[in-house]
Design a protein around this ligand. Structure first.
Ligand code: MEV
Length: 351
């Protein structure tokens, strides 16, 4: 018998970092997924296969999370959890297949924790979404104890959500019709270190930081209105142009705040200034200091970008200079996403 779970990647549209300090954030799940498959074995080991490598440890309980590299710790935590629940296990094999780029701010580790919680525990019993989320957040804490829980929450429920640490999730809408371009800056970053840097900024600039938190909450209030201005419950419901303009403008305002707290840099700003020319608005997503930039675009823009400019205006209509800059971004590493409306999905396959 196989227990298979998939969970989506995420973007933070508004409020990263500030959410760690109690403000609201708006997040969206996107249509890139990780799949975690778990099976029983007779090997008396826990074996984990992923694109980062394979590990196999003897099944003596409780397993120490410190006997494995950090990227495998959440899985060992989850296996332990099953054993603490007094399940009788002779061995397990866990396989991770992912289409989410790793370490670029698109929530690869959170999606893994969410899918792994569902897949591993699903061999024994199906969990409710709330139970699954709780376990996934605890698993994520093995690597990132300061997590706000926002990333795992959106990977669990899908769609576009509002999140804060006290009230948890409020679903904003469930339309998939938002077109996002992401560009990987290719600058490696550490979420834990960036979160620490923001704590330092807060300690040194207490008054300004609390003003910024208030501004972030206000901004999110305005965006929420634009996101609920229409009956966006159906996946195919579309935003009005005015609403897209407002959402994009607020993304740019949010970016200014992220720059002020020190999680941007010149290279990220360069990418943003190019994307601002062709989008409603663009910003860092996730921790910053590197990782991905996201831009709010129109349907079909993916087909225009990257065209060779064959006329003075460029076949893509952006003009030759901008066209060349855009092609450089695409060559570096860029992608497109729509909103995922499903969240975590689990199934059991009898063999
Ligand atoms: C990381 O994707 C988002 C941060 O706000 C941290 C968190 O919310 O846990 C930087």
């Amino acid at each position: 018998m196989k227990s298979v779970a998939t969970a989506p990647a995420k973007i933070i549209l508004f409020g990263e970092h500030f959410v760690v300090h109690g403000t609201k954030a708006i997040l969206a799940a996107i249509d890139k997924r990780v799949t975690v498959t778990t099976t029983f074995t007779e090997n008396k080991t826990i074996k984990i296969n992923s694109e980062l490598g394979t590990i196999e440890v003897p099944i003596s309980f409780p397993l120490s999370i410190y006997q494995v590299e950090s990227e495998f710790r959440p899985f060992i935590y989850l296996v332990n959890n099953m054993i603490l629940a007094k399940q009788n296990v002779s061995g397990l094999e866990i396989t991770i297949d992912s289409e989410i780029p790793i370490g670029v701010g698109l929530g690869s580790s959170s999606a893994c924790c969410v899918a792994a919680a569902a897949s591993i525990s699903g061999l024994f019993k199906e969990l409710s979404s709330e139970e699954n989320l709780k376990m996934a957040i605890e698993a994520e804490k093995t690597n990132f104890p300061d997590t706000s829980g926002a990333d795992c929450t959106v990977c669990t429920y899908g769609g576009i959500i509002e999140y804060d640490k006290i009230n948890g999730i409020k679903k904003i809408n469930n339309t998939s019709e938002l077109y996002i371009m992401f560009v990987n800056s290719m600058i490696p970053h550490s979420t834990a270190r960036t979160v620490e840097k923001v704590w330092e900024f807060k300690e040194n600039n207490e008054e300004r930081f609390s003003q910024l938190c208030a501004l972030e909450n206000e901004l999110i209030g305005e965006v929420k209105l634009a996101m609920t201005n229409f009956s966006a419950t159906a996946p195919q419901a579309k935003y009005a142009n005015d609403d897209l303009n407002l959402i994009g403008q607020k993304m740019s305002e949010n970016q200014q705040m992220l720059e002020e707290i020190g999680v941007s840099n010149r290279e990220l700003q360069n990418i943003i200034s190019i994307l601002d020319e062709i989008s409603y608005g663009s910003k860092i997503t996730g921790a910053g200091d590197g990782g991905c930039i996201i831009a709010l675009m129109n349907e079909g823009d993916d087909l225009r970008i990257g065209e060779e400019p064959q006329t003075p205006e460029g076949t893509d209509g952006y003009g030759p200079q901008l066209s060349i800059l855009l092609r450089e971004l695409v060559d570096r590493q860029a992608g497109w996403a729509k909103i995922d409306t499903k969240g975590v999905v689990w199934s059991k396959i009898e063999e």
